[in-house]
Design a protein around this ligand. Sequence first.
Ligand code: DC
Length: 229
Amino acid sequence: MHNDSIPVITIDGPGGSGKGTLSRLLAKRLGWHWLDSGAIYRLTAQAALRNGVDLGDIPALVQQARTLDASFGESADGEASVFLQGEDVTAQLRTEEAGEAASRIAACPEVRDALLQRQRDFRQAPGLVADGRDMGTVVFPDAALKLFLTASIEERAERRYKQLKAQGFDISIDALFREISARDERDMNRSVSPLRPAEDAVIIDSSAMSIDEMRQRALDLAREKGLVA
Ligand code: DC
């Protein structure tokens, strides 16, 4: 069941802008649900790769999107976890390879269409914080508060580098820089739902902000909208 009167905060922006961390913190603070829409694209791509589906085969991709057996939960230590057919695939989904495959299939309008309702179904009481590329423009255009996070490519590559390093991945910062630039290029220039701020979005450059400062700024804006006491 979904309900248009349930409040939504959207946080869009490129990879590494801090939107994932911020949206999760905000959802926790408000006691609202959280939608990591990037994970849905990553899962669809992962399911396709597992089932030997060519990433250029649109009807087969749409079928994967429609029948995606995904669930979201938390690991024992409270980390957000994503499951594909009951298997915890969180670590696999975080790789740049999974992001690249997700970005490729995300450029396909039929795949986006097939995933639209699945994303809207996350709108449940008491509220939803939705993180992605087109949350404010396409999926929840009536959101009560729309944020668009940006950060320089250098800063985003640095953040991803630290994140992946901490997870034990061995990757060069130059390779990350190139991958992030290529992914930005594709996400911003695709014809359907390109990455861009909604007209009524508040743009926040997070390059020089700590996560705590971002959280404070988002909470202040939510307070101004009467979404939090
Ligand atoms: O946020 P992320 O890095 O997990 O997203 C992975 C890819 O999925 C991203 O490169 C583009 C795509 N995506 C999208 O097109 N629309 C969304 N709402 C979220 C992600």
